[in-house]
Ligand binder design. Structure first.
Ligand SMILES: Cc1ncc(COP(=O)(O)O)c(C=O)c1O
Length: 406
């Protein structure tokens, strides 16, 4: 007889919920305190942001890093530095965090959604190729959950059509594709240091990586008001600067990034071993030619083998007092922002006279992404989890899966 889940009146796996916190210790406190003591809080006054950029460039293996206030800002700055603007299309996956696509809208360009692969959950190069038009300027592959997208094929398509590639590496700090760190493969990479990411710059932060001198120079200008010298403006810029405290925090995190990534890998292994015990779950795997960053552990619930919806399954696991979430419950193009073309208002950027095409966002556009979004659930690999906590999370999933299996 299967054990009864808490949601059906049984006893939960844990008495109290597990709290998930980023791994922060005295190192970060000391770094941040030293900034406060020095009194240079903005990157315009201090040296920590520059140091963080140099260290992160060394870690990724690129010539330039431009630190910014968030991953969303990194995507926006990179697209603008690539010259994306009115009338352009950018190819993105629909199964990702919204910022991958809103950065395109922020740049007054039109996001075109290409389907994903059901196994890797990453953008499918064959679908990318199908979506290229004379308006396409950039492809944004997302290294989802920390698993690198198929970069060889994407770079080949980009080269054949004269397109730029912006890697959305927000979830893939330290991941490698054929021995090269992601963010060093395309024309540029965009990273996020939000508090859940593999390293954080104190809650929020981001960076652009590139080997292109020209792109780097433009990105620096766009980050800071398009101002090459005081009170002189040569292009439309923003205030997307990272603070000195963020950079100081990030420097402490960067010193232990390999250790933190190793811990995420160990937690993924614990999940893998436990969850392999039931056959209604489709587990992520790491192909030989990549190194996964295990930012999160996404599992697919095989709906043919259970007598419960994904949402009820997730609620049942949550009631066992363990953390679980869904990344992502919808495909982006079915959200009102896209489907109803809300954008900037008045139909912009789709109605822009420079665009002149009619694009529709409707169900069926990316069938694999829709299929995945109905089945996926997400387990945290936060390095601060103990082995016992990770085991309890996995046991809760297995307990609920066994109970609802057909
Ligand atoms: C794939 C992806 N792209 C972009 C972002 C945006 O990063 P941020 O939250 O730092 O703006 C995130 C982070 O949440 C992400 O997961």
């Amino acid at each position: 007889m299967a054990e009864v889940p808490a949601i059906e009146g049984g006893k939960p796996i844990r008495e109290k919920p597990i709290t998930v916190k980023p791994p922060v210790d005295l190192d970060e406190v000391i770094e941040v305190l030293s900034v406060i003591r020095d009194g240079a809080l903005s990157m315009l006054r201090g040296s920590r942001v520059k140091m963080f950029e140099e260290e992160f460039a060394r870690f990724i293996g690129v010539k330039h890093v431009i630190a910014v206030s968030s991953g969303t800002a990194a995507l926006h700055v990179a697209l603008k530095a690539m010259g994306v603007g009115p009338g352009d299309e950018v190819i993105v996956p629909p199964f990702t965090f919204v910022a991958t696509a809103t950065a395109v809208l922020h740049s007054n360009a039109v996001p075109v959604f290409a389907d994903i692969d059901r196994e890797t959950l990453n953008i499918d190069p064959a679908s990318v190729e199908e979506r290229v038009t004379e308006r396409t300027k950039v492809i944004i592959p997302v290294h989802l959950c920390g698993l690198p997208a198929e970069m060889d094929e994407i770079m080949k398509i980009a080269k054949a059509h004269g397109l730029k590639v912006l890697e959305d590496a927000a979830q893939a700090i330290g991941a490698e594709y054929r021995g090269v760190k992601v963010g060093a493969i395309g024309d540029a990479g965009a990273f996020s240091f939000y508090q859940s990411k593999n390293i954080t710059t104190g809650g929020e932060g981001g960076a652009i990586t590139t080997n292109d001198d020209d792109l780097a120079e433009k990105a620096r200008l766009i980050r800071h008001h398009g101002e090459p010298r005081w009170y002189h403006y040569i292009l439309l810029g923003y205030n997307y600067r990272m603070t000195e405290m963020q950079a100081a925090f990030g420097l402490a995190q960067l010193r232990k990034v390999d250790k933190l990534n190793e811990r995420r890998r160990e937690i993924a292994k614990i999940y893998h071993e436990e969850l392999s015990k039931v056959d209604c779950l489709i587990l992520p795997h790491e192909p030989d030619h990549v190194r996964h960053a295990w930012h999160i552990y996404n599992v697919l619930l095989d709906l043919d083998k259970v007598r419960v919806s994904r949402d009820k399954f997730v609620e049942a696991v949550r009631r066992e007092n363990v953390p679980i979430s869904v990344a992502y419950p919808t495909v982006l193009y079915l959200e009102p922002l896209f489907r109803e073309k809300i954008g900037h208002g008045r139909g912009c950027p789709w109605s822009c006279p420079f665009y002149g095409r009619n694009i529709e966002y409707k169900r069926g556009l990316c069938p694999n992404a829709e299929w995945v979004s109905e089945r996926v659930f997400t387990l945290t690999t936060m390095p601060s989890l103990t082995d016992e906590e990770a085991l309890d999370i996995a046991r809760a999933v297995v307990k609920v899966a066994k109970y609802y299996m057909r």
